[in-house]
Design a protein around this ligand. Structure first.
Ligand code: ATP
Length: 365
């Protein structure tokens, strides 16, 4: 008799946060619980607090217990959304930004895939891998006053070999795992994986030059491993033009922090609704899946929040936990729901509830 693969016990931290985060994170949990037992995964869950509601109740948006539990007890996590106060509130700061720092989640990964039933939607199946720790966002700014009394403000743009190397590696590995999922029957127009390195080294030859050269060196150093990946480099301005004209040309895009930030939101506009765009915050040994949308107070409590972004975030989290097969099951089920286009929430022009969409995805798993 063939030996059965050992069961893997995986503990997932659930941080719903505020608003519709509390409606979509339970959907993510249901999807994990419904994965076929043949995959040999045994999930357990732990509920954790963070967000504006938590701040109002306890005076901190990110309790120490949440951080410590994630660090010591969890293999991965799902984060819902947080409401932000409309005016500056003393002592309040974004818990997800703090979590990224505390857990050293240096990559922000944003897959964008078109919903085929949205009229006029172009075929899109790409992912933006954004470096999340340096570049212009090191926030080292100064303002000085010239002799004539006018002001000049300056900011540091820092690019390091270490950060560029690890983000390049994540992007290349992601190109391989995405291809593995496609080969296993995933829906996509891509037949081979591709990496596009985004830069502006024709002007910023030192900083963006280092980013470009370092990512290329990661690719060159493991030619055998990455030989199936088409490698290209593009200057960010012409790349944006092409991205909006022919989005189907892109698979994995890797970018320094600032360009990655802009590209991530821009690319999300290529598909139907914020309710379908997932993300993951990724480090060397931990990943937090997080839908891109906010807490959507306008639809909170009505049971109509689109759970697709969260379900896809479950898939991306699983990819980074090395559970490619499980990730493929999740992505295939959600893609099939969208491709058929019958059971969908109002943001996609449907009339179904969150629960009904979840039930349809579970049925397809
Ligand atoms: P926040 O202050 O938390 O960022 P927001 O309303 O300003 O909240 P989003 O939550 O991102 O920003 O919402 C923007 C719009 O998209 C809202 O009209 C919201 O209802 C809609 N939306 C966002 N997420 C979803 C979703 N999962 N399902 C359906 N509609 C959504």
């Amino acid at each position: 008799m063939a030996a059965r693969a050992a069961t893997r016990n995986l503990r997932i931290g659930l941080i719903p946060g505020d608003g519709i985060g509390r409606e979509v994170i339970p959907a993510g949990r249901k999807v994990l619980e419904a994965l076929p037992s043949s995959l040999g995964l045994n999930f357990s869950f732990i509920d954790l607090e963070a967000g504006w509601g938590t701040f109002q109740a306890t005076g901190t948006a990110l309790p120490e217990r949440t951080v410590e539990t994630l660090k010591k007890e969890c293999n991965g996590a799902l984060f819902g959304a947080v409401s932000s106060p409309t005016t500056k509130v003393a002592g309040y700061s974004s818990p997800i930004v703090a979590l990224r720092k505390r857990l050293n989640l240096y990559a922000n990964v944003r897959p964008v895939k078109s919903v085929s039933t949205v009229p006029g939607a172009k075929p899109v199946d790409l992912v933006i891998v954004r470096e999340n720790t340096e570049d212009l966002y090191v926030k080292e700014e100064t303002t000085r006053t010239l002799e004539d009394g006018t002001k000049v403000a300056e900011a540091i743009k820092r690019i390091s070999e270490t950060a560029s190397k690890r983000i390049g590696k994540i992007a290349l590995e992601l190109a391989l795992s995405r291809q593995k999922i496609r080969n296993g029957g995933g829906i996509s127009h891509h037949s081979v994986p591709k990496l596009t390195v985004t830069h502006k080294s024709n002007v910023l030859s030192q900083t963006d030059g280092l980013f470009r050269e370092t990512v290329r060196a990661v690719y060159d150093a493991e030619k055998a491993r990455y030989q199936g990946i088409t490698y290209e480099e593009q200057i960010v301005d012409s790349m944006v033009y092409k991205l909006f004209l022919i989005p189907s040309d892109y698979d994995v895009i890797v970018a320094p922090n600032l360009y990655g930030d802009i590209l991530s939101d821009g690319a999300a506009a290529l598909v139907g609704s914020l309710g379908v765009v997932p993300s993951a915050n990724v480090g060397d040994d931990f990943a937090i899946g997080e839908p891109c949308h906010g807490s959507a107070p306008d639809i909170e409590g009505r049971g109509i929040a689109n759970p697709v972004a969260t379900i896809r975030s479950v898939g991306v989290m699983l990819e980074f936990m090395g559970e490619t097969e499980a990730a493929a099951v999740v992505h295939r089920a959600v893609d099939a729901n969208l491709a058929e286009g019958l059971i969908k929430t109002p943001d996609l022009g449907g009339s179904n509830t969150t629960e009904e969409v979840v039930a349809d995805v579970l049925r397809r798993m």
